[in-house]
Ligand binder design. Structure first.
Ligand code: NAD
Length: 254
């Protein structure tokens, strides 16, 4: 792409964002790759390295739980060291300006919160990987002692309160979606004039249904993703580009 074309791209995105009054951002793992956290479906992504562990395997098999925790502690090294990038800062800018009222994220890395997005604006569709929860009673557990015991004694966590299985507070394949998050997302997409998709392959359902739902209710659909997605043909604007440089330039965020 020549510099002239790049400018043209920035101008088109910037104009669409300036016209919008009620934006919903829908973010995926691609938003955080510029912070050093691998996504799932890029060639070097987590998906291509290992098949995900389904919820029923986690619940029924100690070996699966052990493998899930082992992988989690590896991914956590990237997440712990990560800082919000230019794309996260651009989303925060839209929220601060009052243009974006909801950020629906599939990410579990906590980087939207770290960029300053308030909890009431954020909907975490797939939970949060920065802590763990008891699957029986819902009690919250810190990760550091779980990791320490895992590495020192090889022991898997059980709830201090009820003895139930403890799992990272993320939604695995096959696990029920969080009802409140689903309801909030449903209402947000009925009330937006622009749906901005950032870094999602748009293949993980039910979350991936929300951009199309917004489009069918009259919102403009704008997608920024390195690679094509199955919803490109429905979108009003599609940018196959890096999120940080493009969105950052369109909003003049350094
Ligand atoms: P995905 O991995 O399926 O797709 C990411 C998409 O982003 C890819 O199509 C890729 O081409 C694109 N991309 C990567 N870096 C980009 C960049 N800098 N600029 C523009 N595009 C970029 O991700 P998904 O759709 O979010 O679904 C994966 C699931 O994995 C989610 O449910 C999420 O919970 C989980 N996940 C989360 C994280 C995280 O929290 N950071 C990381 C990995 C996986």
């Amino acid at each position: 792409m020549s510099p002239d074309n790049r400018d043209e791209t920035v101008i088109r995105l910037s104009a669409a964002l300036q016209r919008a009054r009620r934006v919903v951002v829908f973010s995926g793992a691609g938003l955080s790759t510029e912070s050093g956290i691998p996504d799932f479906r890029s060639p070097q992504g987590v998906w291509s390295q290992a098949k995900p562990i389904e919820f029923c395997e986690f619940v029924s098999s100690e070996a699966a739980r052990r493998e899930a925790w082992r992988r989690k502690f590896i991914i956590d090294r990237d997440i712990r060291n990560a800082q919000p990038n230019r794309g996260h800062r651009a989303v925060h800018h839209l929220v601060r300006q009052g243009v974006c009222h909801t950020v629906i994220t599939q990410n579990i890395d906590g980087l939207h919160q770290a960029s300053g997005i308030p909890e009431q604006v954020l909907i975490e569709m797939h939970g949060n990987g920065t802590y763990a929860k008891c699957l029986e009673c819902g009690r919250r557990h810190a990760l550091a002692p779980i990791e320490d015991t895992f590495h020192r004694e090889g022991r898997l966590p059980h709830c201090e309160g009820c003895g139930g299985l403890v799992k990272a507070a993320t939604i695995s394949f096959g696990q029920a979606m969080p009802e409140q998050a689903m309801a909030r997302a449903e209402s947000a997409v009925s009330d937006c004039d622009l749906m901005l998709v950032l870094g999602s392959s748009l293949v993980v359902y039910p979350a991936a249904a929300f951009p199309l739902r917004a489009k069918r209710r009259g919102a403009q659909l704008v997608i920024i993703n390195r690679e094509p997605t199955p919803q490109d043909s429905e979108a009003d604007l599609v940018f196959h580009a890096e999120i940080g440089p493009l969105l950052g330039s369109a909003l003049e965020i350094p």
